[in-house]
Design a protein around this ligand. Structure first.
Ligand code: MTE
Ligand code: MO
Length: 304
């Protein structure tokens, strides 16, 4: 809070130019990471490292500090500032729609059969910053198979908890709550698509989507929905939060693509959080070899 007052003071003193120049380099400014932990994290045992990239992970303090989680507010780090009432346990998930075993499950039921893996993935936000994060989780496909999706299940939709008591950012209708995301069935079943329950060898902090979230490394970060309470199999393309809000800026697919600019900025390059050098953004965020075939024959400028 003191820091925020300090920034406000600088604004009044006409020093904002300086502040935003620093902020551009990720050093300072309204986006400054606040790497607090609101909930005790526990160590997690994970073994395999399939699909991990050969890059050094972003500093943990940046990865748990520089976070977007609109349920707590629209500024980076608002989940750490306003998340003290959020309770990641006990937690329940509803699985419904086009599947043979719908139901209401405890988090323990959901997690029990799945051995945990560590996977070091790139993360590219649509806002042009990027990170490299060692997630701990398991393939979404292994979870979905347990509910026996029917042949009519063409898509999988996800929802975040809606509870303004726990998530005060939901008192304002900045987006239509709950936050929703979705994948085509083949994207959801792809071995890269992960349910994460941890990062950096411990359970997820509140701000990164405790107790469980989606991670789809070849898509812009907003697809990787946090704090999931519902998974719904559907025949029709699901409504998704950013696409519903601004359909010409955020597509349903949201595959990372340096050749298709956001209407208000270029997507050709990115700024690794905590680093000094900008770098080229890669098609499908570097995962083209694994996933480009899913979009064979599709016009990626139209289905962006
Ligand atoms: N429920 C929910 N999920 C969300 C968001 C959000 O605001 N609410 N932000 C998204 C965005 S824009 C990004 S870039 C990633 C960021 O994940 P991280 O904070 O763990 O790096 O989470 C995504 N998942
Ligand atoms: Mo994002």
């Amino acid at each position: 809070m003191n820091r925020r007052r300090f920034i406000a003071g600088m604004t009044a003193a006409g020093l904002t130019g300086t502040a935003s120049a620093f902020s551009f380099f990720g050093l300072f400014g309204d986006d400054e990471p606040t790497a607090v932990e609101l909930y005790p994290r526990r160590p997690l045992k994970a073994s395999r490292r399939a699909f991990s990239v050969d890059e050094s992970p972003t500093d943990e303090a940046d990865a748990i500090g520089y976070t977007n989680f609109y349920e707590f507010g629209t500024e980076k780090g608002d989940a750490q500032r306003y998340g003290e009432r959020f309770k990641p346990e006990p937690w329940r998930l509803t699985i419904d729609g086009e599947c043979e075993r719908p139901g209401d499950y405890t988090l323990e039921d959901i997690l029990k059969p799945h051995p945990l893996e560590e996977r070091i993935y790139r993360l590219r936000c649509v806002e042009t910053w990027s990170m490299v994060i060692p997630w701990v989780g398991f393939p979404l496909a292994d979870l979905l198979k347990r509910f026996a999706p029917t042949s009519r299940a063409k898509y999988v939709a996800f929802e975040t908890l809606y509870d303004p008591e726990q998530m005060p950012g939901q008192r304002r209708a900045v987006v239509e709550w709950p936050y929703r995301e979705g994948l085509r069935m083949d994207e959801a079943m792809h071995p890269l698509t992960l349910i994460a329950v941890g990062m950096y060898g411990e359970t997820l902090p509140v701000q990164n989507g405790a107790p469980l979230r989606l991670v789809v490394p070849w898509k812009y970060g907003f697809k990787s929905i946090k704090s999931i309470v519902r998974i719904h199999f559907s025949e029709k393309l699901p409504v998704t939060t950013w696409n519903q809000l601004q359909p010409d800026e955020y597509g349903f697919y949201a595959n990372v693509n340096p050749a298709v600019d956001h209407p208000r900025w270029s997507q050709a390059r990115e700024r690794p959080v905590g680093g000094w050098r900008r770098r080229d953004t890669l098609p499908f965020n570097g995962y083209a070899e694994e996933v480009a075939h899913l979009y064979h024959g599709m016009d990626l400028a139209k289905y962006f």
